[in-house]
Design a protein around this ligand. Structure first.
Ligand code: GDP
Length: 431
């Protein structure tokens, strides 16, 4: 989903405006640093368009260094959001902090909408007009607290909101790949290697270049659509909230993709951050290739360690395709293509109901489900309800233990080969 970031100094009414956009009245998010993710990002919808609203209120610093902190907040939004809404308290007018933010935002290639907040009456509208001085175009008068003008503001936001890659799977055209992984794992290096051009990193903060969101890259003689490479080619300096924004982008890239290449730095221990990205991939149900990068730095000792880490940390995805590469030297990067193909074949695979049930009968005859409360649940029938990823439904007469479900999934994988793809097995109990 496209991202709308709400920026502005403390107490101008950002959180109230967010609640207004979400169309609800519940308590405002506290302005404390380190608030959890779900409290700062929300799914919103207006006139039939869905988008994510990010309330940057959570990252506000104390008064010390306010200018700088807010300028950073704005830069971060410029590098990562699709629309920025700058909220100013019109009853106070443009403060020097507002001016500092506006200076940053005037360079923005990301559209900026100026919200003149706390305009509670017609009479107060003149105060909004004074904010033309910020050089960000027309100020939109709103009263976040009372709702006045909120519709017009939202209409304006939608006008400048880009239509992003649709999540809807498309069977024709190039396959869609999300290149994901923690910062500094080598995503942009790999992208450069694959696209064959060693482009220098775009300094987004200076607003020099407009990158297309996605890129077509030819691999193995075919074009592949790499999702949101603009986000990868940009270098966002470390700032509070950076990681949060990055995970938001990762999620939307995954949602737009069919297959993920998860980059892991093979030269370093696998970290929490790697596992968080992995969790996002699992949640979105994408096919998966894990590329262990920086293989040029891996010696025998490290290799041994890594094997142990993989057993321990990546046990959730024994089915993932794996390749060992070096984005720097180019080692084995061509192996990504067969790995992607295998993963996508599995992801798209459909097993006919006849084959599936023949197999099921045999497995169950040899290994009947364990008794539950003295009764033997019967597995009557299975069907593949969906592909992308393959999703199966088992109809039973009783609850199946998790262990037995895992057993069936394992056997299903062995029989039909879903390498590189998650498989979902749902159980429907019929009375
Ligand atoms: P990103 O944040 O994931 O896009 O990571 P970058 O592509 O910017 O890479 C981070 C750092 O790791 C840079 O200094 C790269 O030169 C370095 N790097 C990336 N891939 C490799 C690799 O395969 N081997 C080595 N030795 N260094 C690498």
């Amino acid at each position: 989903l496209p991202v709308v970031a709400i920026v502005g100094r403390p107490n101008v009414g950002k959180s109230t405006l967010v609640n207004r956009i979400l169309g609800r009245r519940e308590a405002v998010v506290e302005d404390v640093p380190g608030v959890t993710r779900d409290r700062v990002s929300y799914r919103a919808s207006w006139s039939g368009r869905d988008f994510t609203v990010v309330d940057t209120g959570g990252w506000e610093p104390d008064a010390k260094g306010m200018h700088q902190a807010i300028a950073r907040q704005a830069e971060l939004a410029m590098a990562t959001a699709d629309v920025i809404v700058l909220v100013v308290d019109a009853t106070v007018g443009a403060t020097s902090t507002d001016e500092a933010v506006a200076r940053v935002l005037r360079r923005s290639k990301t559209p900026v909408v100026l919200a003149a907040n706390k305009i509670d009456s017609d009479k107060a509208e003149a105060e909004a007009a004074a904010l033309w001085s910020l050089g960000l175009g027309e100020p939109y008068p709103v009263s976040a607290a009372h709702g006045r003008g909120a519709g017009d503001l939202l209409d304006e936001i939608l006008k400048v909101l880009p239509t992003t890659t649709q999540v809807v799977p498309r069977l024709d055209g190039p396959r869609r790949v999300a290149l994901v992984g923690k910062p500094n794992v080598g995503k942009s290096s790999l992208l450069n290697k694959l696209s064959g051009t060693d482009r220098s990193v775009v300094d987004n903060v200076a607003g020099t270049t407009v990158d297309p969101v996605d890129e077509l890259i030819e691999l193995g003689g075919r074009p592949w659509q790499f999702i949101d490479t603009a986000g990868l080619r940009r270098k966002v300096r470390t700032a509070s909230g950076h990681e949060y924004y990055a995970s938001l982008r990762t999620r939307s890239a995954l949602e737009a993709a069919e297959v993920a290449i998860l980059l892991i730095d093979a030269s370093q221990p696998i970290t929490e951050q790697d596992l968080r990205v992995l969790s996002l991939i699992i949640e979105t149900g994408r096919a998966l290739v894990i590329a262990f990068n920086k293989w040029d730095l891996v010696d025998e000792d490290r290799r041994y360690q890594l094997d142990k880490e993989i057993d321990r940390e990546l046990a959730r995805v024994p089915w993932a395709q794996r390749v060992n590469i070096s984005a720097m030297t180019g080692r084995a990067v061509q192996k990504l293509v067969p790995a992607l193909d295998t993963a996508l074949d599995s992801w798209d695979k459909r097993i006919s109901t006849g084959r599936l049930n023949n197999w099921l009968k045999e497995v169950i005859a040899a290994n009947p489900p364990p008794l539950r409360g003295g009764r033997q649940p019967r597995v009557m029938f299975a069907t593949q309800a969906a592909t992308r990823p393959p999703t199966f439904v088992l109809f039973t007469t009783g609850f199946l233990e998790a262990g037995y479900r895992r057993f069936l999934e394992r056997r299903l994988r062995e029989e039909f080969n879903f390498d590189g793809s998650p498989v979902r097995v749902n159980v429907r109990v019929r009375d």
